[in-house]
Design a protein around this ligand. Structure first.
Ligand SMILES: *Cc1c(COP(=O)(O)O)cnc(C)c1O
Length: 409
């Protein structure tokens, strides 16, 4: 018997405690946005706050605005993110990009513990993490830093040379979610430290940095946190490590007294030493106002809905007669995304986008769908799967115009 997927989805939407949050976002009529894992949708409040920041703060208050809230924006925005990581207020700070922050923390870890010279990561981590580690290894030279790539199941290969392990909480291709507690313990048993990159999980998966005694965290502001294109990233450092941490991007904003204009660098106390240069106020304003949506939310509810949305998509892929060739990857645990492999994955995503299902493609052959629980409904997920079924049946993805790749996929 054919199931009435849309009717089932409507029932799920009705029972969804987060369903009204969708109104807080600008979404296009007639489209389904399943790329919030890459660029979060625009919260309505952001446009208003940005207008104020431009017209009033910059336009009228001009330089006075630095003392009227701008200068504390990296810290105040960090405090909004802290509960999403299981950290305390005063422990998270927003600045720069994930790549730059990885540089700071990786270098800091080597600096703190120079007799351990190996940086370990996993082959299919997000490439910028690997590239930054390669850059540091190149800068310091073979004697002071080597990069070793392993498989996620090979953490037993860590040894007394391992300084730092760089891991993502969610694999950006497969959507697999790794066990932060278990892996952090294994790394600590080897006497090494860990930096968790939570770019693909912050705002949808709990991380519990305190409970798991996580050393370092970096994460992204423009994915599930909806901070807008190029939004600043964030960092957390375990308080005991922060006290003595030295990071090489020792710019004036990380100085103990930036406006003393001293000749000698002296790091600020606490998280402020993680800063380098002047904060991006407009981007931070967007991220800060986007995060107000999380203020009254329970992350558990957001997590639960993300899991349900992803499972619902998989359920349709598994059971719809026209979707047999789209077998979802089924990692043991997942974030808020589902991917399937297909020889024509790229062209299929192009047709879907043309038909208003916004998703993306990742090399070599993955079609990827993100389920941002704040604004995606079960009906949206169903519409995406049913449109996918139509595309596969009509074969339109084989046409020439869908094979052309642009610079950003
Ligand atoms: C998106 C993402 C990044 C982005 O890094 P930027 O330097 O901010 O562009 C880094 N790591 C992971 C795992 C990501 O998913």
């Amino acid at each position: 018997m054919n199931r009435d997927w849309l009717a089932e989805a409507l029932r799920l939407d009705k029972a969804d405690p987060l369903r009204e949050l969708r109104e807080a976002f600008h979404l296009n009529e007639g489209e389904v946005y399943l790329d919030g894992n890459s660029l979060g949708a625009l919260p309505r409040v952001v446009a208003d706050e940005l207008n104020t920041a431009v017209a009033q703060q910059w336009g009228q208050r001009q330089i006075r605005s630095w003392n009227e809230g701008w200068i504390e924006l990296p810290q105040r925005t960090g405090d909004q993110i802290a509960p999403l990581l299981g950290a305390n207020a005063g422990e998270v700070i927003c600045a720069d990009s994930v790549s730059v922050n990885l540089f700071k923390l990786t270098a800091a870890s080597l600096w703190a513990n120079p007799e351990r010279t190996t940086i370990v990561s996993v082959k299919d981590m997000f490439p910028t993490d690997l590239y930054i580690a390669q850059g540091i290894a190149g800068l310091l030279g073979e004697a002071k830093c080597q990069l070793k790539l392993i498989h996620i199941d090979e953490l037993d290969q860590l040894d007394s040379q391992t300084n730092l392990v760089i891991l993502s909480q969610v694999n950006f291709r497969s959507g697999e979610a790794y066990d932060v507690g278990k892996l952090t313990r294994a790394i600590h048993e080897a006497g090494a430290k860990v930096v968790w990159d939570v770019s693909h999980s912050a705002g949808v998966l709990p991380i519990n940095v305190k409970q798991h005694e996580v050393d370092f965290v970096v994460g992204c502001g423009y994915k599930f946190l909806n901070g807008g294109p190029g939004a600043p990233a964030f960092m957390y450092v375990r308080p005991q490590l922060l006290e003595t941490l030295q990071q090489p991007l020792s710019g004036w904003m990380g100085h103990s007294d930036p406006f003393a204009f001293e000749t000698q660098y002296r790091p600020a106390q606490g998280r402020d030493r993680l800063l380098a240069g002047t904060p991006n106020i407009l981007s931070l304003t967007a991220l800060h106002s986007a995060l107000t949506i999380y203020q009254d939310l329970n992350l558990r509810d957001v997590f639960t809905k993300a899991q349900q949305l992803a499972s619902w998509f998989v359920e349709i892929l598994d059971n719809h007669p026209a979707l047999k060739e789209c077998q979802a990857l089924k990692p043991p645990a997942r974030g808020a995304q589902v991917s399937f492999q297909h020889d024509h994955a790229f062209a299929i995503t192009q047709v879907l986008i043309e038909r208003g299902i916004i998703c993306d493609f990742r090399e070599p052959n993955l079609a990827r769908f993100g389920f941002a629980p704040l604004y995606v409904s079960f009906s949206d997920v169903t519409q995406a799967a049913l449109t996918l079924a139509e595309v596969l049946v009509d074969g339109s993805y084989l046409q020439k115009q869908y094979q052309i790749s642009q610079k950003v996929t």
